[in-house]
Write a protein that binds this ligand. Structure first.
Ligand code: NAD
Length: 517
C-alpha cells in the first residue's frame, strides 16, 4: 500500500455547518395523507393497525401507513385472483390492453416532479438524483412505455415436424402466470415499482404490490395513477406493511408468482417457502460487486472519483449494484487513493430537498449502527481507514448521517470485503496480475454486477466474460428498461428487464394438432 498517497480528506468539516432543516414543510406542501390500501379498485381502511414512516435525514415522523397483515393481504389477493380468474384482463386484446397502459405513461410523466419529491420524502435521496437520475419518475414512465410496446409482440413459436410417423403440427403460446406478488425495497421505490408492475400488467397478470415499510409515499402516488386509469378493478392492488405483511403475501396460496427485490436473507426465506405451491420466483438480491481498475484505464482520476462517488453520493452506497470493492492495479494505487480521498471533499450533506445536497443519510438508525460496526470491524481486522466512517455532528446529529469511509490495505478475506454493508464504505484491494484480479472478484458469495476500467477492449471483454456476475459495466454502467438485470449465486435468481421479464411473467403452453385426424 502507498506510503505517499495524500490521505488528508476530511469531509466532516464541510458537513458540520449544515443549517437545521425539517422535511415536514414539503410533506405539507404536497398534501400527503395517511396511507390506505388499494384493493379491488377502491382505497380502503382495512388491515391490522398503523405504523409510522420516519425520515432518515431528521428522524421526524412524516406520516402513517396501514399494516395490512394477513387480513389485508387476503382481501387483496382474493381481488387479484377474481380479476385474473374471471375478469377481462388476461384475455383482453393486445390493442385494448395497450390502450389502457399507454395513458399511464403520460400520467407518470406529468407527475414526474411530484413523484421525485415524494421519493425524497421517502428515503432522503437528494432531490437532484430523485428528479434526474436513473431512478426517477421519468424512468418509471419509460418502463411503462417500454412494456406497453411489448404487448402485441408477446408471441410463441411454431416447430418443424420431428418424425414421419405422426403428422403433428405444434406451437407454443405465452400466457400470463396469474396473480403476481411484487415486493419492493426502500432504496429505489419508483424504479422497482415500474420494473415489476409494468411488465406484469403488460403480460396480462394481476398484481398485489407491497412496498417497503420504509418508503411508501412515491409508490402510493404511482398506485393512485393506476387507480385513476382504466385498469379493471382488482388488476392492480396495493398493500402496505412490514415483514409480517410481506410474509403473508409471499406465502399466500392464491399467489402464483413472487417477484421480490430486497436482501438475500429475506430472499432466501421466500425461496424456502415458495415450494409449497410451487410459486414462480424472481429474486433480485444484494451484492458485493467488484470494479477492476487496470493501468490502461483512460484516466485513474475518473475511475477513482466514479467509484468513490458511487459509495459517497446519491444513496451513499445503499444501492445493490454499487461496486464496493475497488480492485486496483498496484502501479496506480497511490494515484487512485489520492483521487478517491479527494472526491469525498465534494460530498455535501443536508436538506435532501436542497439541490446542493449530494448524498443521502442511512435509511434507519438500526442500519446506521450496522454500518458503523462494519467500519469498526474493518479497523480491527487491519484495514487502514483513510477517511470517514464516523458521524458528522451539529445539526446533522439528529439524522442518520455517516461520513463516507475509504478503506485501503484491504484483504478480500476481511468482513468488510465479503459482506454487503449497504452504506458509504469503499474497500480498495490491490492486485498485480489480471488473473489475480478476476480470482479476487469472483471470490465472493455474491454475483450481482461488476465493473472494468480499461481502454484495452480485448482485455475488457476477456475479463467481462470471466466475471461470475449477472452484469458487467465496462467504463460505465446503468440499468435500462430494455436491459436484463439480476444476479448469480447469492445475488438472486432470474432477470428483470426487456424480454427477460416478459419470459418471467409468462408461462409457455405447447399446443399440438394432429393434421391427419
Ligand atoms: P429487505 O429485504 O429488508 O426488504 C425488502 C422488502 O421485503 C420490503 O418490502 C420488506 O418489507 C419485505 N420483507 C421483509 N421481510 C419479509 C418476509 N419475511 N417475507 C416477505 N417480504 C418481506 O431489503 P431492503 O432493506 O428494503 O433493501 C435493501 C436490500 O435490497 C439490499 O440487500 C439490496 O442489495 C437489495 N436490492 C437489490 C436490488 C436488485 O435489483 N438486485 C435492488 C435494490 C435493492
Amino acid at each position: 500500500m502507498s506510503e505517499t498517497a495524500d490521505v488528508s480528506a476530511t469531509p466532516q468539516s464541510s458537513l458540520e455547518g449544515a443549517a437545521h432543516f425539517s422535511v415536514l414543510p414539503v410533506r405539507d406542501s404536497l398534501g400527503v395523507q395517511p396511507g390506505k390500501l388499494f384493493i379491488d379498485g377502491q382505497w380502503v381502511e382495512a388491515g391490522e393497525g398503523r405504523y409510522d414512516q420516519v425520515h432518515p435525514a431528521t428522524n421526524e415522523t412524516v406520516s402513517t401507513f396501514i399494516e395490512a397483515g394477513k387480513s389485508g393481504v387476503d382481501l387483496a389477493v382474493m381481488a387479484a385472483r377474481r380479476a385474473f380468474d374471471s375478469g377481462p384482463w388476461p384475455n383482453m386484446s393486445a390493442r385494448e390492453r395497450k390502450r389502457i397502459l399507454q395513458p399511464i405513461v403520460e400520467a407518470i410523466y406529468a407527475a414526474e416532479d411530484e413523484i421525485a419529491q415524494l421519493q425524497t420524502l421517502d428515503n432522503g435521496m437528494p432531490i437532484t438524483f430523485s428528479k434526474g437520475g436513473r431512478v426517477s419518475g421519468r424512468v418509471a414512465a419509460d418502463m411503462f412505455d417500454h412494456y406497453a410496446g411489448w404487448i402485441d409482440k408477446i408471441t410463441g413459436e411454431t416447430f418443424p415436424r420431428y418424425t414421419d410417423t405422426t403428422n403433428l403440427h405444434y406451437m407454443t403460446y405465452r400466457e400470463p402466470v396469474g396473480v403476481v406478488a411484487a415486493i419492493t425495497p426502500w432504496n429505489g421505490p419508483v424504479m422497482t415499482f415500474a420494473m415489476k408492475v409494468a411488465p406484469a400488467l403488460a403480460c396480462g397478470n394481476t398484481v398485489v404490490l407491497k412496498p417497503s415499510e420504509l418508503a411508501g409515499f412515491a409508490i402510493t402516488k404511482l398506485a393512485d395513477i393506476l387507480a385513476k386509469s382504466d385498469l379493471p378493478p382488482g388488476v392492480f392492488n396495493l398493500v402496505t406493511g412490514g415483514p409480517v405483511t410481506g410474509e403473508a403475501l409471499s406465502t399466500h396460496p392464491g399467489v402464483d408468482k413472487v417477484s421480490f427485490t430486497g436482501s438475500p436473507v429475506v430472499g432466501e426465506k421466500i425461496m424456502s417457502t415458495a415450494g409449497h405451491n410451487m410459486k414462480r420466483l424472481t429474486l433480485e438480491l444484494g451484492g458485493k460487486s467488484a470494479a477492476l481498475v487496470f493501468p490502461d484505464t483512460r484516466d485513474v482520476r475518473t475511475a477513482a472519483r466514479n467509484l468513490m462517488g458511487l459509495c459517497s453520493t446519491f444513496l451513499s452506497g445503499q444501492v445493490c449494484s454499487t461496486p464496493t470493492r475497488a480492485l486496483v492495479h498496484r502501479s496506480i494505487l497511490d494515484e487512485f487513493i489520492h483521487h478517491a480521498a479527494e472526491q469525498v471533499r465534494d460530498v455535501r450533506f443536508g436538506d435532501p430537498f436542497d439541490p446542493a445536497t449530494t448524498s443521502a443519510p442511512i435509511i434507519s438508525r438500526r442500519q446506521m449502527d450496522r454500518v458503523l460496526s462494519y467500519v469498526e470491524s474493518g479497523v480491527q481486522e487491519g484495514a487502514r481507514l483513510v477517511c470517514g466512517g464516523d458521524r458528522p455532528g451539529g445539526s446533522l446529529a439528529s439524522g442518520n448521517w455517516v461520513n463516507p469511509a475509504l478503506f485501503v490495505d484491504v484483504d478480500n478475506s476481511m468482513r468488510i470485503a465479503r459482506e454487503e454493508i449497504f452504506g458509504p464504505v469503499l474497500c480498495v484491494i490491490p492486485f498485480e496480475e489480471e488473473a489475480d484480479a478476476v480470482a479476487i472478484a469472483n471470490d465472493s458469495e455474491y454475483g450481482l454486477s461488476g465493473g472494468i476500467y480499461s481502454t484495452d477492449i480485448t482485455r475488457a471483454l476477456r475479463v467481462a466474460k470471466a466475471m461470475r456476475t449477472g452484469s458487467v459495466g465496462i467504463n460505465g454502467y446503468s440499468v435500462m428498461p430494455n436491459s436484463p438485470a439480476g444476479g448469480v449465486k447469492r445475488s438472486g435468481i432470474g432477470r428483470e428487464g426487456g424480454w427477460s421479464t416478459i419470459e418471467g411473467f409468462t408461462e409457455l403452453k405447447t399446443v399440438m394438432i394432429n393434421l391427419d385426424a
